[in-house]
Design a binder for this molecule. Structure first.
Ligand code: SRM
Ligand code: SF4
Length: 579
């Protein structure tokens, strides 16, 4: 418990690093100028996150390098800040070129609607950031103990409400940017702030937040952003076609550690309804409440979800109302009916078009017979609209004129990418995190395992006549939850090489968490285990019932311990043998 009356515990080391950093400067400028080592110091490794970057090594090479007595193949990942996932065609072209010239060379679209570069060598970091700056992109606050990339639905041409919500998301993103000039000094050679105006982090203070903080804006009926998994969520309330305000949700978060019951995924609570102009004051109050009351003594207990779980939602609501001077009105009714991105060609009310392109795991790279990176570069070179990165790691080419449509169609067809959207409902809804070889926390494969996992389940789904059914399957390489696996109808969470914890029964719409079925299982055994369940689902389900709802209703009774018996099939608890 982190209450005011609890005995004081020492602050975690990160707090000291932040305090001593002089607003996120630390020794970064000097360390990145020194290319005699591929690494930065341990303190800098923490600080660079606020600048959008992580130190990593190529885990595929670890063993061989160790055997050869060589050091690890170190490099950095850089994440772009991109509120609502909006990038212009000019920005796309620059990011593509930077990835080719200075990075791995893939571009990776993330589950929070932005780009990641991998394989950035230390000496290339500054040119990379300067290259992004040329097209007004940066990586400030893309990682670190601050408000991260703010999510919002795509396709704003479809309704004025979507554009207004994007503007509100962008507004909060801008408002919550750290005020420090450290990024500009270190990467963009801006003059040092010394002797001039003192820098004040008006909202964050000099130690920023206890932990990362995430915000998303949702526009019903789509919950594409998984709003209930966010620290702070705004759900648009639309009446008579107009945006009248938002329901505010707080305290969602997904990360946990295997076997540590004090860590858990949690869905957000709803605080109530506010008017549109109250978005930033409420967000400020939510964030500063967490700043002042979040647990700075234990990073595994430092997210807002634990502050709320410990102190209660009523305490939290009163604190936010008192800080903001705003009283929440009762929440308005909300109905979500989908999470899936729109794929293929869709015409907007103004006559323009967008094309939703499915991109498995968001990886943009050229492979033999699959030149995704080249195709998107060719499209960017002629495109006059935007690109919108979706929360499901896909991309929407948005604002296409009728005149340009045939050209874009021709590029997609030339590279065979018009077939990307012709896939099973399972594949179109699948997500995976990056995991190996770059993620230092991965316990198992994820992105690289996903195609095979999908193929195996597609065989079963085909036999059951369920190819078109939208079923969410999400895989992560560890329990941190980067592909939001605890909100998947079928969730695989890496446990060890080739082994996953299997979770079942979340609602397709992201409104109910799934439950642990097996703490450690191979993919093949999971396919065997789920085959009879999928077949029964095909014949027994209620009209319109989703796979997750069926599992929750029939296979995972709420009041009983769940039993997974070998690989012979899932046995509903009421019929399970005593163990
Ligand atoms: Fe994540 C850490 C990748 C979305 C929860 N995440 C990481 C790191 C940086 C690993 C590390 O700390 O060394 C991963 C880098 C891998 C790599 O090689 O690129 C990583 N997270 C990702 C991305 C790229 C996954 C993807 O395949 O798209 C997503 C980037 C989002 C972005 O653009 O900002 C990503 N991470 C998420 C999400 C989903 C979301 O935010 O909607 C979650 C769960 C939601 C949540 O935060 O509760 C998530 N990532 C974590 C956690 C656990 C945090 C926690 O407090 O529980 C960690 C570990 C940590 O922070 O200590 C982590
Ligand atoms: Fe890495 Fe784990 Fe996140 Fe996957 S879920 S990217 S393995 S931290």
């Amino acid at each position: 418990m982190n209450t005011d009356s609890a005995a004081p515990k020492p602050l975690v080391a990160n707090e000291g690093i932040k305090t001593a950093s002089h607003h996120l400067r630390g020794n970064l400028k000097a360390e990145f100028a020194d290319t005699s080592t591929p690494l930065v110091s341990a303190d800098s490794e923490q600080l660079i996150k606020f600048h959008g970057t992580y130190q990593q090594d190529d885990r595929d090479q670890r063993l061989a390098l160790k055997k050869a007595g060589k050091e690890k193949a170190y490099s950095f990942m850089l994440r772009v800040r991109l509120p609502g996932g909006k990038a212009t065609a000019a920005q796309w072209l620059v990011l593509d070129k930077l990835a080719t010239d200075l990075c791995s060379p893939s571009l990776r679209l993330t589950t929070r609607q932005t780009f990641q570069f991998h394989g950035v060598l230390k000496g290339n970091m500054k040119p990379l950031i300067q290259g992004m700056h040329q097209v007004l992109l940066d990586s400030i606050a893309a990682c670190g103990d601050v408000n991260r990339n703010v999510m919002a639905p795509v396709n704003p041409e479809q309704s004025p409400v979507l554009e207004q919500v994007y503007q509100d998301a962008k507004g909060w993103s801008d408002y919550s940017l750290p005020k420090t000039r450290a990024y500009h000094e270190i990467w963009l050679d801006e003059e040092l702030v010394a002797g001039g105006e003192p820098e004040v982090e008006t909202m964050y203070g000099s130690t920023y937040l206890p932990r990362k903080f995430k915000t998303a804006f949702a526009v019903p009926p789509s919950n594409d952003v998984d709003v209930y998994s966010q620290d702070l969520g705004y759900i648009a309330i639309i009446e008579d076609g107009k945006l009248v305000g938002y329901n505010v949700t707080v305290g969602g978060g997904l990360g946990m550690s295997h076997g540590n019951e004090e860590t858990f995924p949690r869905l957000a609570d709803t605080l109530g309804f506010i008017a549109r102009e109250q978005v930033n004051p409420i967000a400020h109050a939510v964030l500063t409440t967490q700043r002042d009351h979040g647990d700075r003594t234990n990073r595994k207990h430092a997210r807002l979800k634990y502050t709320i779980a410990d102190r209660g939602i009523e305490w939290f609501k009163a604190e936010v109302e008192q800080r903001s001077g705003i009283t929440f009105a009762p929440a308005r009714p909300v109905v979500f009916t989908t999470i899936q991105d729109q794929h293929g060609w869709v015409q907007n009310p103004d006559g323009s078009w967008f094309y939703g392109l499915h991109l498995l795991s968001g990886r943009i790279v050229d492979r033999a017979g699959w030149s995704m990176k080249t195709a998107l570069r060719e499209i960017a070179a002629i495109h006059t609209g935007d690109f919108r990165l979706t929360p499901s790691q896909n991309v929407t080419i948005s604002g296409i004129t009728s005149a340009a449509k045939p050209q874009i169609e021709a590029i997609l067809a030339k590279h065979g990418l018009d077939k990307e959207n012709v896939a099973s409902g399972l594949r179109l809804n699948a997500l995976s995190c990056v995991a190996l070889p770059t993620c230092g926390l991965a316990l198992a494969e994820s992105e690289r395992a996903l195609p095979d996992i999908l193929t195996k389940f597609e065989t079963v789904l085909d036999e059951a006549g369920l190819r078109e059914d939208a079923i969410s399957l999400r895989v992560t390489g560890c329990p941190n939850g980067c592909a939001r696996p605890y909100l998947a109808e079928i969730g695989f969470v890496g446990k060890a090489p080739g082994k996953y914890a299997l979770y079942l029964g979340a609602s397709y719409l992201g409104t109910r968490l799934n439950r642990l079925v097996s703490p450690s299982i191979t993919i093949d055994d999971a396919v065997k285990l789920l085959t009879p369940v999928i077949k029964r689902f095909a014949t027994e389900r209620n009209s319109g019932e989703s796979f997750g709802d069926y599992c929750d209703r029939v296979v995972l009774p709420a009041d009983a311990t769940f039993h997974a018996v070998g690989t012979g099939g899932l046995v509903p608890a009421k019929a399970a043998p005593a163990v």
